[in-house]
Ligand binder design. Sequence first.
Ligand SMILES: *[C@@H]1O[C@H](CO)[C@@H](O)[C@H](O)[C@H]1NC(C)=O
Ligand SMILES: *[C@@H]1O[C@H](CO)[C@@H](O)[C@H](O)[C@H]1NC(C)=O
Length: 309
Amino acid sequence: MKAVVGLLLMLLRVSHGVEIYCDGRQDGAQCYGALGGTVVLRLMDSASEITKYRWKFNTTVILNGKTNRIDSNLIANRSVFTPSKGTFRINDLSRTDGGVYTLETFDSSGRVLEPRTLQLFIQAPVSSVRLVTECLSQGEMRASCSSEGGDSPQYSWTLGGRTLTHTELLSGNHETNNITLKQHVSGRLVCSVKNNVSHVSKEEMISNCGFIFINCTLCDGTHISQWVFAANNTLCIESTTVPTTVRDTTVDPSLLICGLLFAVAVLSVVGIAMFFHLKMRKYKKTKVPATSRAMEYSENSFSVVELRS
Ligand SMILES: *[C@@H]1O[C@H](CO)[C@@H](O)[C@H](O)[C@H]1NC(C)=O
Ligand SMILES: *[C@@H]1O[C@H](CO)[C@@H](O)[C@H](O)[C@H]1NC(C)=O
């Protein structure tokens, strides 16, 4: 009954790579080592009171020892076994170091005690993370996160320290590498990439793409309700950012514009009417000697005047 015991990982950033401590004293542990990094394997409390022990990697014996003496170490050039602590530190890990490590101990009569094993997986750490954001045509923001080098990278996003929610996401979820954010979203966007041996993140302060939501009714009754680029916008001059309370107490600017347009239209009609009226009077005085009946007649219809001229 070899239940997989919860693994204890300790990530330490040391100058020559990632160092991970792997405690396999509970049999069946699974650990991860970073490619090029260091792993500290522990399968016993101490070797000081053990008559004889040996470490195997898969089926190969890699270390032999008696109490505080090490008889052989197949990977001595890049490893250190410390009998007092029972720790086996292996440096410069390569993919071929992944496999099953077994500790066999013997009692004074040479009998094998129950062996302990742990499984080591090697993963390349995530080396660099890139975060690119771009505004889309409708004011949405696309954010793409990419990483290099790492095995099985897992992505996650936060905005202002919180996980992204459906009210902020247009597409993707907080665990995909490409997401699309809604128009109103702004704040500190962080993309994190991790695997079992590394965790790297990249952040960017994002502001919305310059779009505003307009919602108003034009003079001709057209209802407008959409996102528009604020700098180019000529529709619905009232700003959506004006609080409702202010709007309630002041004259609605769109009403004012409708009123002005109406006034201009009325003035134009009056102006045109006056123009024709004056022109007609001038015409009658100078060019048309007519009877009063004809004048009356012509006064009632522009078309008659035009036919004569
Ligand atoms: C050790 O065993 C694992 C499976 O447990 C295997 O994937 C790996 O290739 C083996 N390594 C060597 C060097 O034999
Ligand atoms: C994410 O976007 C990048 C570039 O924008 C693309 O190359 C990549 O295939 C996308 N990934 C997924 C999972 O859609």
